[in-house]
Every structure is written in C-alpha cells, then in structure tokens.
Design a protein around this ligand. Structure first.
Ligand code: SF4
Ligand code: FES
Length: 248
C-alpha cells in the first residue's frame, strides 16, 4: 500500500506544532499501525531526519500508552482496540491518514504525538489503592465471598488501561469515565470499603485540580473506549460521591 500521512510535529511543549506531510510505500495490510510508523521512522532516520515521537510499550492492548488520534478518532477507525492493535487492513491503498496527539488541557504535548498523562497517575495516587494488613495474618482474598455480578462488574471496571481516549474524545475533556472505572473497581468489592469515602472525594478533587472538564452525558467516551468501559461507572461514581458527601 502507498499512503499519504499528515502528522502533527511539535518540537517540545513550548513550541507551536503543525501538520507535516509524508508519503510512505510498501506498507503491508498485515502491519499494525505502529509498525507502519516504525517504517516511516526508519526511513526518516536513514535520511538523517528527526523521527516522529510516539508513545508505545506493550503493543498488545494492555499498557495504554499508544495514544493517537487517527483521522479524528481516538485509537482510529476500529472499535474496542488500541492503536497498537489497529491493522493497516483497515485502510485502503492511496488513503490519506491524519495522525495527531490526544488533545486536552490536562494532557500537554511533550513532543510530536507524545502527551503528558501524568495527571492520571496523580488521580490514582489520590485514592486508587486499598489498605492491606501485611503483618503475616492477611486474609486470603478468595476466602471473602463476593456476589458474582459485583465481581464481574468490578473486573470489567478494572480493565480500564488508563489510555486517555475518553478524555481525548470528550468535547469537555472530561476524565469521568476513567475516574468512574477506578472508583468502581474498588467500591464494588468488600476490600475497597475501608477507604471508600475518602477515595471518591480525593480522586474527584484531584480530577478537578488537574483541569479536566465536566461530564455532559454525550457518551462519546464509552463509544471510543478500547476496553468498552460502561457509562454505568460514571453513575456509580456519582452515587459514591453523594454518599461520601452526606457522611462527611
Ligand atoms: S475508560 Fe477507556 S478510554 Fe478511558 S482511560 Fe480507561 S480504557 Fe482508556
Ligand atoms: S502499546 Fe500498550 S496498549 Fe498499545
């Protein structure tokens, strides 16, 4: 396949970026999107040009690093996949592909397609943990009976990989789907109850401090989430927050 790539290039967080055109050929439909970018970068390096910076790590849909906006969609045109799981067979020979970073005030661009998502880490630090007695008499988690529906819903929430597609897709740059998933995965389990009130209050406060917008129920985040995280998690987080505020 031959393709025209229109890629956001930006030297650093201070500089102004712009779209630069690249022509690329000999792309196999079986390549992943990131392998296609590897081919481009090998070509740029051979010409002594600056390769395009983009984030990636596991390349198997687990780590959440490969945050790219492709033809106006977070993680590209496929559903329920990350950019690293997107294959070039989703495009046609001769296509023009726009590749941009995830854009949000709370995700500043570091270079080219790489954005700083440490705001998510700070939200996690604010409450994404449980206290465990490690004195040697810790109860085996499997010995605590948990309703199957709750266990399944907690597991579904825990599949959030923190990629940020929900934020990049939302017209308000809201992080409610991410925070809703992180709050839900603990609030549904007995192990998460000790810190339940302060967890939801602290995580929501941190989310607001980081400059994410509010939720206006468009549901775009759920559509673009590569892990299919449900909007139910936002509703659960709001209920948890109300409960915690009444208790205060
Ligand atoms: S909720 Fe979905 S889109 Fe948002 S960070 Fe988690 S996995 Fe990514
Ligand atoms: S590189 Fe890890 S999810 Fe894509």
């Amino acid at each position: 396949m031959k393709l025209k790539l229109k890629i956001w290039r930006q030297k650093n967080s201070e500089s102004k970026g712009k779209i630069i055109d690249y022509d690329i050929e000999n792309i196999s439909p079986d390549m992943s999107f990131l392998e296609m970018l590897d081919v481009l970068n090998a070509d740029l390096i051979s010409k002594d040009e600056d390769p395009v910076s983009f984030d990636h790590d596991c390349r198997e849909g687990i780590c959440g690093s490969c945050s790219l906006f492709i033809n106006g969609q977070a993680h590209g045109p496929d559903r329920l996949v990350t950019t690293c799981q997107l294959h070039m067979r989703k495009f046609k020979d001769g296509d023009t592909i726009y590749i941009e970073p995830f854009r949000a005030k709370a995700f500043p661009v570091i270079k080219d397609l790489v954005v700083d998502r440490s705001a998510f880490d700070r939200i996690q630090h604010a409450g994404g943990y449980i206290s465990v007695n490690t004195s040697g008499n810790t109860q085996d988690a499997n010995s605590i009976p948990i309703n199957k529906d709750d266990a399944d819903s907690a597991f579904d929430a825990a599949t959030c990989i923190g990629c940020g597609a929900c934020v990049a897709t939302c017209k308000n740059s809201s992080a409610m789907l991410f925070v809703g998933a992180k709050v839900s995965q603990y609030s549904l389990l007995p192990q998460g109850q000790t810190e339940a009130s302060r967890r939801v209050i602290n995580m929501v406060n941190q989310m607001d401090l980081e400059g994410f917008g509010n939720c206006s129920n468009t549901g775009a985040c759920e559509v673009e989430c590569p892990k299919g995280i449900s909007l139910d998690n936002i509703a659960r987080m709001n209920r948890e927050l109300l409960k915690a505020s009444v208790k205060k």
